[in-house]
Design a protein around this ligand. Sequence first.
Ligand code: ATP
Ligand code: AMO
Length: 479
Amino acid sequence: TEIADLDDAAAGRSVIIRGAAQAIRPVSKKMAFVVLRQSMCTVQCVLVASVDAGVSTQMVRFATSLSKESIVDIEGVVSLPKEPLKATTQQVEIQVRKIYCINRATPTLPINLEDASRSEAEFEKAEQAGEKLVRVGQDTRLNYRAIDLRTPSNQAIFRIQCQVENKFREFLLSKNFVGIHSPKLIAGSSEGGAAVFKLQYNGQPACLAQSPQLYKQMAICGGFERVFEVGPVFRAENSNTHRHLCEFVGLDAEMEIKEHYFEVCDIIDGLFVAIFKHLNENCKKELETINKQYPFEPLKYLEKTLKLTYEEGIQMLKEAGTEIEPMGDLNTEAEKKLGRLVKEKYGTEFFILYRYPLAVRPFYTMPCYDNPAYSNSFDVFIRGEEIISGAQRIHTPELLTKRATECGIDASTIASYIESFSILLHLILISIYGHHCSYGAPPHGGFGVGLERVVMLFCALNNIRKTSLFPRDPQRLVP
Ligand code: ATP
Ligand code: AMO
């Protein structure tokens, strides 16, 4: 039986349930309560010694001798409680007939799950009442992640994460995108910059992919028109922040552009409105569970996503007293402040900022046609923090080579990428086949999303380590 299915309608039914004994409360020699847990759900099991029910005082004693988190099988009958139950998710009780211990947990677990599941408000209230509770630190949680993951909020967080990923696939498939898998062992850096993990590949220098960027573009050159990928992304970040990991899950998309790169923004608009709706409508229980431990306000978003230019953003910041270095990038503080200003002015915490200066974007970004100091690029923010970067890409090999060189990238390390944009190849193929052939390079653009950041910011969590199953940060390689 699933604990989640136990409601009033189950009253009177005989059940066998396997779960973890989350709490064990002896009442007397003849009575005890065991709270049984399966993922996000808990149910109260009642042991009362009685000849009629076949429950002995030894059975009650055995139950109270169990250590917390032991895995047990319980046979019993579902009943309705006399008063509403505060400590469990289910509003029924199990009158226990038999209890079997399947695997006894060590009596001193490194994490007390009841403490690990409490909200900050609960701690404060308990402290005021003079009660001594132990706050479980982030490092302890991550050192014993397999136990920490059992808290209801963690169970909910990773179910939300799964739904975001699933909706990303589902939405893009419905828009004729094709799922691809690009290599993670690659010859050179794809984003520029120093943040790559270097390694040896059969005697050749290589690195772990910083993004599927070059390959998703080459798939467009390969004729796929619209592609997406869900996969690991590696960044040798060397500083500790609340929102950077050394390995994260990238949700990437790339598509041909027919007329304007806003076609990419339109996909993002439809995609994220669909994701937010899905979470709010179909993941109520998960969101409530997270909210209990980490209270947050639901995300404010508009049915049609707000788009502002970089210059408009800079102007809003300027009027509010924050100057940005001319044609410079927004730092973390400025991004957060802009998030607050946009929320006040437009009533949304989800927006797109576009037309960034070319100088602050990667080499493959298309300059604006009307002013090459700017670019056909954008970032997308949730609650004042970046979750997406995207742009139209350069699709001619000459400009691509020039921009790579200007950005300090040795064009020879990305020769096969640049080659796939070759006009020459395109022309040869047209002459052979006599029609437009997809081996050329159509105008295209795309975007990359950080999955952990989406979940962190949708739920207003304060640290990306909370939304990574086994986070990899500059200090952490185990577990
Ligand atoms: P990405 O680097 O993938 O674009 P990001 O959120 O780091 O994601 P950036 O535009 O690179 O976005 O950086 C925005 C700001 O975040 C930077 O100006 C800087 O203040 C801060 N920042 C970026 N990377 C780091 C880092 N590794 N450590 C500390 N702060 C950083
Ligand atoms: P960018 O480098 O901005 O763009 O990355 C895209 C998105 O990935 C997430 N992200 C991270 N998440 C966790 N830890 C990190 N260290 C980290 N770095 C980035 C963010 C970010 O918005 N190739 C481009 C995308 C494109 O243009 O298609 C790229 O990688 O949510």
